[in-house]
Design a protein around this ligand. Structure first.
Ligand code: ATP
Length: 260
């Protein structure tokens, strides 16, 4: 493993009752790059994020984040997660600016009062995702793509060292998609560790420095050009090469079967 990795999983197994979601996963993720985590539905991507944030405890193995435990990194506000579902509905009472300000909460005292530096970080993050003009609108009154951008802005405002994004491109238009990709690339260039889970392979080559294919285990890992080759995808996901080997083509009955 690389000495500079900011996230390390060493032989991590996570189970939900009888279901083994991650099976003996060893991987090290470096800062300064965008790493894509690709897998079919149920492959264990969200579970891997849960292990990195300390939300899920491995049954066996070890997780290290920024040189310490996952819990310590999260409690220090050094890890931010953009979940797949944001839990927002049309009646959600917060404005866009309120949601972005949540990214600063870990830094505030008990009063939760924003200081000038916090307000500046919120303003900057909103501008970066081109939502300044919608700052005072209720978050529930944004389109799906705008809302995704708002949650990316919240992650930016937190100024975390590790950004975990679960399907950030799901259901967004090409403009939002490009904007989010650019923002993530910038954070990585500034030294952050960016880990993005996705089903979408089409544009991955331009957006990730490294692709990790997950099917309960790591089934391929390397530069996009290598990992996204049709024969590698076919082998990794147990699909015939002629099918186009799209991991989201259908859920795997058992993503761990059929590989040696
Ligand atoms: N709380 C839970 N209880 C029981 N099983 C669970 C639970 N959460 C996830 N699983 C199972 O663990 C496996 C991995 O799920 P996970 O959500 O990590 O996959 P994923 O790759 O994020 O999937 P998707 O692309 O559909 O979001 C699946 O088989 C899932 O059904």
């Amino acid at each position: 493993m690389s000495a500079t990795a900011s996230i390390r999983l060493d032989a991590v197994t996570v189970r939900y009752g009888a279901v083994t979601a991650l099976d003996d996963v060893t991987v090290a993720i470096a800062p300064g790059a965008v790493t894509a985590l690709v897998g079919m539905n149920g492959a264990g991507k969200s579970t891997l994020f849960g292990a990195i944030t300390g939300r899920l405890r491995p049954h066996t193995g070890r997780v290290e984040v920024l040189g310490g435990t996952a819990d310590a990194a999260r409690r220090a506000g050094r890890v931010t997660v953009m979940p797949q579902t944001d839990g927002v509905d049309a009646d959600f009472p917060l404005t866009v600016a309120d949601v972005v300000a949540q990214g600063r909460y870990g830094r505030l005292g008990l009063t939760r009062r924003l200081k000038p530096a916090d307000r500046a970080a919120v303003t900057d993050a909103l501008a970066r995702v081109q939502l300044s003009e919608l700052a005072e609108r209720p978050i529930g009154a944004l389109s799906g793509g705008q809302r995704r951008r708002a949650f990316v802005a919240r992650a930016l405002a937190q100024e975390a060292d590790v950004l975990l994004l679960d399907e950030p491109y799901a259901g967004v238009d090409v403009v939002s998609e490009q904007l989010i990709a650019d923002v993530l690339a910038e954070r990585a260039a500034a030294g952050a560790t960016v880990l993005v889970s996705t089903h979408d392979l089409a544009t991955l080559g331009d957006r990730a420095h490294r692709v990790v294919l997950l099917a309960r285990r790591i089934v391929a890992d390397g530069p996009p050009a290598e990992v996204l080759a049709p024969e590698v995808l076919a082998r990794a996901f147990g699909l015939p090469p002629a099918s186009g080997a799209q991991p989201d083509a259908r859920p795997a009955a058992d993503p761990g079967e059929g590989r040696s």
